[in-house]
Design a binder for this molecule. Structure first.
Ligand SMILES: C[S@@+](CC[C@H](N)C(=O)[O-])C[C@H]1O[C@@H](n2cnc3c(N)ncnc32)[C@H](O)[C@@H]1O
Length: 321
């Protein structure tokens, strides 16, 4: 599919972290325009294999086209790694990459309804086979549900006020388009000189809710841990603190040498177990200045890398951390 143009973020850093090799297997769990997938296949020539997934059919079609020269060394499927993990032999992969969020074409194609920069239907579905749209959420959720979505997923501090205003407005006319919602939010929460559009956080939150992005991320990370072999790596690029927190929490839990009995970690109730992974870098990797200047979208990106431990040596490996 021509015209699918997405500039990959932290490309060299992610490939370096995954260290693809000839004969190895890597999963790209979020294909987008296929930029990372292409670099992984290049780096693992002549015989590295790539499993690719994206919930968006357009991304899968565009990637298949982009990777045509690697025919016989990859397979791309629509869906998420968590849904499709049964297709991959457990413990068989050298690495899994997640490059989260949306691609540029998803934002640029007005009919997908992700962006308030263009007018389109209030849609936001990555997988268009799914029934739930952003319009259904905005028009059908209770005031409290909307406030929870805006605050929990968008860190929008005026969540309650915006939810109340939307509840009143939709009685007069349901929300149907991106511009209608963005202009309404701007009226309720005027810009007052801010550079960022007042609807930015609400749009992020709705997109994450429509696609259950945090649920998909948690399930995807758990599936990644099953398909990587000991010494294999899980690399995750996040674009905001809400999703980065999920990655940190996952890594922290799996790197522990004990299980927590309930919701609260009470040291006396801990049950010993072997840690399943270790952090490769203590701090997240961020784009170099040159990339930040060249691609403003990269400015909020962070890469975190974890390594699967051999169950037998898990505890000993973590002792040296
Ligand atoms: C930032 S783009 C990836 C860009 C890609 N790495 C590249 O170099 O072109 C994110 C992509 O992930 C997809 N996506 C997000 N969450 C997903 C999930 N849980 N499972 C599968 N695909 C997902 C989106 O549809 C989007 O195409």
């Amino acid at each position: 599919m021509s015209g699918y143009c997405h500039r990959s973020v932290l490309l060299k850093e992610a490939v370096l972290a995954l260290a693809p090799r000839p004969g190895g297997r890597v999963v790209d769990a979020t294909l987008g325009g296929g930029g990372h997938a292409e670099a992984i296949l290049d780096a693992s020539s002549p015989s590295g294999w790539l499993y690719g997934f994206d919930r968006d059919e357009a991304a899968v079609l565009a990637t298949r086209e982009r990777l045509a020269r690697f025919a016989g060394r990859f397979e791309c499927r629509q869906g998420s790694l968590a849904e499709q993990a049964g297709w991959i032999e457990p413990g068989s992969c050298d690495g899994v990459l997640f490059d989260l969020g949306v691609s540029s074409p998803q934002l640029d194609w007005a009919e997908r309804g992700f962006s308030f920069q263009q007018d389109g239907p209030l849609d936001m579905r990555m997988d268009r086979r799914q029934a739930l749209t952003a319009a259904a959420l905005v028009n059908g959720s209770s005031r409290a549900e909307l406030a929870d979505i805006f605050f929990g997923l968008g860190e929008e501090h005026e969540a309650r006020r915006l939810a109340r205003a939307i509840e009143g407005e939709r009685l007069k006319r349901p929300f149907e388009t991106t511009r209608q919602l963005a202009s309404f939010i701007e009226r309720v929460k005027p810009r007052r000189g801010a550079r960022v559009h007042p609807a930015t956080k609400v749009f992020q939150a709705l997109r994450m809710a429509v696609n259950d992005e945090l649920g998909a991320l948690r399930a995807g990370l758990a599936a990644a841990l099953e398909v990587v072999k000991p010494g294999g790596r899980i690399a995750v690029i996040t674009f905001h603190s809400v999703e980065d927190r999920v990655v940190k929490e996952f890594g922290r839990t799996e790197a522990r040498e004990y299980e927590v009995a309930g919701a609260v970690d009470v040291p006396e109730l801990r049950r010993p177990r072997v840690a399943r992974l270790r952090w490769v870098n203590r701090k997240s990797i961020v784009p170099a200045e040159a990339e930040r200047v060249e691609n403003p979208r990269s400015r909020s990106a962070r890469l975190r890398v974890m390594e699967r431990l051999d169950a037998a040596v898990g505890n000993r490996a973590n002792e040296h951390e």
